[in-house]
Design a protein around this ligand. Structure first.
Ligand SMILES: Nc1ncnc2c1ncn2[C@@H]1O[C@H](COP(=O)(O)OP(=O)(O)OP(=O)(O)O)[C@@H](O)[C@H]1O
Ligand SMILES: [Mg+2]
Length: 253
């Protein structure tokens, strides 16, 4: 018996002028799966999220969520349908408190009201380690809690598919590990996760499968260490600094 994928991209193509960021790309994510996406800067990773979340429409191809075509469905309706996303550059309501930021998502995304919305928002703050700063305005947060809040806002919408776009970017090593612990817990709860990340070791710790996007194509897809050991993937990352955490040949092979 085959299960309906949580997410399916069916022959997606997208170009900006002469730059092709997706070329007849087909990809499925199963319910509860954690998929990592790596690829060089400008490969089209965030654009892929924009097409999944509904901010951009593919030139051709279709997006399916749990067996339902959502290609032309606007972002707010996709949020209600179960897609929660973070943005590469955090986008909280700066003047609202951390709690209020998540409460807005509980109202608008998860369609919760009153006490149920408040309880959901508090629960999300606890799961993301933000309960202690619940009453702090988002604009006053340091980077780690700001990244946590980005995840919390996505969770506030009650997603079954969580899209994380470089939530570990710019964090110190101990902070990355704190964030990894949060994402691992979410995955353990059964949430489907797609995580774009340049901090590769964070992905290795978290995801069961990885793809590498480059030039509009999936150049490798499979078990994370195998993908990172792939010759084409290594060539794409040659010259990248050690902060990418790309494992050495001996680890990957
Ligand atoms: N709305 C847009 N209009 C025109 N070009 C765009 C638009 N969005 C993205 N691009 C271009 O598409 C390419 C892919 O961008 P995208 O942000 O998806 O890359 P990325 O893989 O997320 O890169 P990074 O790792 O740096 O975040 C880039 O060349 C970018 O300049
Ligand atoms: Mg990006």
């Amino acid at each position: 018996m085959t299960t309906t994928p949580l997410l399916r991209l069916d022959g997606i193509s997208k170009s900006f002028g002469k730059v092709t960021v997706a070329r007849d790309l087909t990809l499925s994510v199963q319910p509860g799966e954690a998929l990592g996406i790596v690829g060089p800067n400008g490969a089209g990773k965030s654009t892929l999220f924009a097409m999944i979340a509904g901010d951009l429409r593919p030139d051709s191809g279709a997006v399916w969520l749990e067996g339902r075509q959502v290609t032309g469905v606007p972002p707010h309706a996709r949020t209600r349908a179960g897609i929660g996303r973070t943005f590469q550059v955090p986008r909280p309501f700066e003047h609202l408190t951390v709690f209020e930021n998540v409460l807005v998502c509980a109202h608008q995304g998860a369609a919760l009201k009153g006490r149920r919305a408040q309880a959901h928002a508090m629960n999300v703050l606890e799961r993301t380690g933000l309960a202690e700063v619940a009453n702090t305005p988002a604009g006053r947060l340091a980077l780690l809690p700001r990244k946590r809040l980005e995840v919390a806002r996505a969770l506030g919408t009650g997603p079954r598919l969580l899209l994380l776009d470089e939530v570990a970017g710019g964090l110190t090593e101990p902070e990355v590990l704190e964030l990894v612990a949060v994402v691992k817990d979410l995955h353990a709860e059964g949430l489907g996760i797609v995580w774009i990340e340049h901090v590769v070791h964070a992905l290795i710790r978290t995801v069961g499968r990885m793809i590498c996007l480059a030039g509009g194509d999936v150049v490798a897809d499979g078990e994370p260490l195998r993908v990172l050991a792939d010759r084409r993937v290594r060539e794409l990352y040659l010259g990248a600094g050690p902060e990418t955490g790309l494992p050495g040949e001996e680890e990957g092979s």
